[in-house]
Design a protein around this ligand. Structure first.
Ligand SMILES: NC(=O)C1=CN([C@@H]2O[C@H](COP(=O)(O)OP(=O)(O)OC[C@H]3O[C@@H](n4cnc5c(N)ncnc54)[C@H](O)[C@@H]3O)[C@@H](O)[C@H]2O)C=CC1
Ligand SMILES: CC(C)CC(=O)C(=O)O
Length: 367
């Protein structure tokens, strides 16, 4: 990849490569845009096949966070970290301490949290070295694991998408195919089961599948068969890039609504599903519950307040559908438009000079 060319094309501010030989840390922190405030986005630990692949993931995910935070109405920019390694084998305390010191060195330009492969326990270690970490244990007055709130937001957004597609937001009796039943999707399945939806699930982790079958009466299918399941709603809740040339022809669902980041492999795949009449709830709008929840920590965490904001994901998805109809564009373009308009408006509103700048971080309590 020609890094600077790529950064210029999508307007990235900063990319940091962090290395610590003793602990084996190899991390890439990508900061996309801090117009609205410090960049907030999780840390993903994953067994990337190459450094190039890790870099691409960090960059795509960071940009997604700029749009996610803007669309959710947060005063935060977008960033993300990837750590190269196997989260089941390569983690150690020194690694997360060293990583915490790299974050502290950024002096608040980037705040981290959990993502795939990292946990509350990892965030607690990072917290030993930096103030700029969220999603740490409730014992520290924090919000803990963001996944249940992400799941609640996806559930709310899915209802809004169902209303658009079927005329009612009830999910009772709807057949919902869920790809990946990890941290987020487990809680999502609980909400769906409680509302009377019929679940079809898959995961590469057999235990995760067995739990969903046992607790929610879900039907299990093989990972490759999930796309072609006869269903009303497809909920991608594993990794990104799964709406692509190979999977689209298999899809039977009328709605796509799930937690995975970067669901469309390429923008054109958003156009194709739009033309097919599939109602797509854009990923970064529907999966913002976790970041809304951890961002609330910056104000002194209040669960009720955070939950109210997560509930509004229903309204945010409706707004996206309204823009899509108004401008006759696919929903993924409408979401981008909504986020970009907010960033531009705030850029102008905050353009006067202030001696010490100002952001909610400067009033952060309890730290
Ligand atoms: N945890 C959170 O609060 C948030 C998560 N997300 C996104 O939601 C997605 C899921 O996140 P988590 O539940 O936290 O991760 P997780 O790692 O707990 O769950 C992902 C699940 O997908 C499974 N999986 C991986 N590849 C698969 C494949 N090819 N087929 C079927 N299953 C597969 C894994 O075995 C795992 O059980 C990710 O894309 C993440 O970036 C987005 C916003 C917030
Ligand atoms: C998991 C969240 C706390 C933040 C994030 O990185 C995301 O929403 O993807």
């Amino acid at each position: 990849m020609e890094l600077f060319k790529y950064m210029e094309t999508y307007d990235y501010e900063q990319v940091l490569f962090c290395q610590d030989k003793e602990s084996g840390l190899k991390a890439i922190i990508a900061i996309h845009d801090t117009t609205l405030g410090p960049a907030l986005g999780g840390t993903r630990m994953w067994m990337y096949n190459s450094e190039e692949e890790a870099l691409e993931d960090a960059l795509r995910l960071a940009r997604g966070m700029t749009y996610k935070n803007a669309a959710a109405g947060l005063n935060l920019g977008g960033g993300k970290t990837v750590i190269i390694g196997d989260p089941r084998k390569d983690k150690n305390e020194a690694m997360f301490r060293a990583f915490g010191r790299f974050i502290q060195g950024l002096n608040g330009r980037y705040i981290t949290a959990e993502d795939v492969g990292t946990t509350v326990a990892d965030m607690d270690i990072i917290y030993q070295e930096t103030d700029y970490v969220t999603g740490i244990s409730p014992e520290f007055g924090s919000s803990g694991n963001p996944s249940p709130m992400t799941a609640y937001g996806v559930y709310r957004g899915m209802k809004a998408a169902a209303k658009e597609a079927f005329g009612s937001d009830s999910l009772e009796g709807k057949v919902i195919a869920v790809q990946g039943v990890g941290n987020v999707a487990y809680h999502l399945c609980r909400h769906l089961h409680e509302e009377g939806a019929k679940l079809v699930v898959t995961d590469i982790n057999k235990e995760a599948v067995a739990r969903a079958v046992e607790e929610f009466g879900a039907k299990a299918v093989d990972p490759n068969d999930i796309y072609g399941v006869e269903c009303d709603i497809f909920a991608p809740c594993a990794l990104g890039g799964i709406i692509n040339d190979q999977t689209i022809p298999q899809l039977k669902a009328k709605v796509i609504a799930g937690s995975a980041n970067n669901q469309l492999r390429e923008a054109r795949h958003g156009d194709i599903i739009h033309e097919m009449g599939i109602v797509y709830a854009p990923d970064y709008v529907i999966n913002a519950g976790g970041v809304i929840n951890v961002a609330d920590e910056l104000y002194g965490y209040n669960r009720e307040r955070a939950m109210k904001k997560v509930e509004q994901i229903y309204d945010n998805i409706e707004k996206v559908f309204a823009i899509a109809k108004r401008d006759n564009i696919p929903t993924y373009v409408a979401a981008d438009r909504m986020a970009e308009e907010r960033i531009e408006t705030m850029r102008k509103a905050r353009s006067q000079f202030l001696q010490n700048g100002h952001h909610i971080l400067s009033r952060r309590r309890g730290r």
